[in-house]
Design a protein around this ligand. Structure first.
Ligand SMILES: Cc1cc2nc3c(=O)[nH]c(=O)nc-3n(C[C@H](O)[C@H](O)[C@H](O)COP(=O)(O)OP(=O)(O)OC[C@H]3O[C@@H](n4cnc5c(N)ncnc54)[C@H](O)[C@@H]3O)c2cc1C
Length: 206
């Protein structure tokens, strides 16, 4: 059961004052749309959902949630069967409004925001005649897919989705934004390549 004190918008005033995104509480109409996952049997009830629009929104939410001692989870495409995108009585960072994709056709790389889906990436890449490892369903989140390993129809040629992760920007548990790649925090990159969503909030992937 969600405790009464966190059911009021006022409880979140010192968070929302710094956010460009939207706070959703159980009484708000859009709350259930975001709470509902691909596995409709998941009944987990977060205390609040933060629909982040910017990296700064994510940083503020991580710091605020830590300060208040609440559980935190991250929702991307919402396809995890176990419903790990949601935390009971906790705060959910919803990345569904952060879905931009940029393609560098010369380097043959893509930068995708942490909420982008396979469909977002495929649509952007195919304009350049490019394709990469994604799930078979367009609504699967690229971050959830990649962090979990990622089996793609192209696996025979290009390996796992995680093998194709070159770099990631991550908001760590202390609220700091770090880059993980071959030069910076290589151990973090190693963990992100298949270790799941436990190493921080991935706000963008290359
Ligand atoms: C219909 C369907 C088809 C599928 N097809 C495939 C397939 O072809 N190949 C394959 O390998 N898998 C497939 N899967 C499995 C899917 O890839 C995984 O369940 C994946 O974790 C879902 O990612 P998501 O972002 O959609 O889900 P979510 O439930 O939003 O996230 C999954 C996990 O990753 C964490 N997470 C998500 N985004 C971030 C982030 N930005 N930062 C930190 N943590 C994050 C979440 O907290 C959660 O723990 C499929 C699943 C379904 C339901």
């Amino acid at each position: 059961m969600i405790t009464t004190f966190v059911q009021n918008h006022a409880f979140f005033n010192d968070l929302t004052a710094f956010l460009t995104g939207q706070l959703l509480l159980p009484k708000d109409t859009a709350y259930e749309q975001v709470r509902h996952l691909w596995n409709g049997n998941v009944k987990t009830q977060p205390a609040a959902i933060m629909r982040c629009l910017t990296v700064q929104d994510v940083i503020h939410t991580v710091r605020w949630t830590r300060t208040h001692g609440l559980p935190l989870s991250v929702r991307d495409g919402g396809h995890d069967f176990a419903g790990r995108a949601l935390s009971e009585n906790g705060v959910v960072i919803d990345l569904s409004q952060m879905r931009a994709v940029t393609i560098d056709p010369d380097a043959r790389t893509a930068h995708v925001q942490g909420g982008a889906t396979a469909g977002d990436l495929m649509e952007a890449a195919q304009k350049y005649g490019l394709a990469t490892t994604t799930g078979t369903i367009s609504s699967v989140g690229m971050a959830g897919f990649t962090l979990g390993g990622g089996y793609s129809p192209l696996i025979g040629t290009y390996g796992l989705g995680a093998d194709n992760l070159l770099s990631a920007q991550v908001v760590a548990a202390n609220g700091q934004l770090v880059t993980a790649n071959a030069e910076e925090h290589p151990n973090l990159l190693w963990g992100l390549r298949g270790g799941g969503g436990n190493f921080g909030v991935v706000v963008s992937l290359e």
